[in-house]
Ligand binder design. Sequence first.
Ligand SMILES: CCCCCCCC/C=C\CCCCCCCC(=O)SCCNC(=O)CCNC(=O)[C@H](O)C(C)(C)COP(=O)(O)OP(=O)(O)OC[C@H]1O[C@@H](n2cnc3c(N)ncnc32)[C@H](O)[C@@H]1OP(=O)(O)O
Length: 222
Amino acid sequence: MPLSLARPPGARDSGCGGRGRAAVGSADVTSQRTSLTPPEDARAPVRHPEAPAPGEPLGSHYDQCFGCGTGQPHGLHLDARAGEGVDVTAEFTVKPEHQGAPGLAHGGVLTTALDETLGSLNWLMHTISVTGRLETDFRQPVPVGSVLHLEARVTAVHGRKIYCTATGRVGGPEGPVAVRADGLFIEVKVEHFISNGRDEEIQAAMNDPDQVRRARAFEVNP
Ligand SMILES: CCCCCCCC/C=C\CCCCCCCC(=O)SCCNC(=O)CCNC(=O)[C@H](O)C(C)(C)COP(=O)(O)OP(=O)(O)OC[C@H]1O[C@@H](n2cnc3c(N)ncnc32)[C@H](O)[C@@H]1OP(=O)(O)O
């Protein structure tokens, strides 16, 4: 489907940082607390035929993304690589600016690293999806200076729901799991961003041919 650059009906017409009427619906999340387990009739994930080759760096979906953006000075600068299945790997070095307690990584930063690694699975399926739910287990403290070896994979797909899981290991790619997460990502169209993002950044993104090309690469999903 070609990428439409027009704002759809119902889009907010001024950037107001989420204070305006939400342009997406929202399900009753209180009844979804146990829904990180795929339903019986979920299907196995399918690697898109044009997915990046195993080992290929995926690059950033958005230059200003806190997780992967190369133009984001405050970001984590993750650059995941494609795996052989519907899976990816990445490394994240914990820096002093990522501390929660003295000398230790902040849990929210570690969760962000897991979230971003899971988000990069989009490249493997040529799907755009956003985090609906994310549950993190913190098993070991992660000291500053550590390299967190991240791995994420899709476990099942059910309609627009993408079930996925990620681990972060310390001491090497085969080291002990320090953090892990189960996620539920929900497939969206490009309009999700156009309708909900602040105008300033959306306009800049739509005027950037490289950004439009990257959005298209996600969207083409036969
Ligand atoms: C030129 C312009 C260019 C722009 C291009 C950009 C390219 C970008 C490319 C790639 C981006 C990748 C980004 C990755 C970054 C890392 C990941 C993040 O941090 S993402 C940010 C954090 N997440 C959010 O901000 C979501 C906020 N939430 C929402 O927007 C909505 O709630 C949304 C879209 C998730 C769902 O809303 P609904 O109205 O579309 O759909 P409903 O009907 O509510 O749900 C669909 C199904 O999913 C279940 N569901 C939804 N939310 C759930 C939840 N929280 N827990 C469990 N189930 C949930 C529902 O029960 C329903 O299931 P049933 O089909 O009925 O079986």
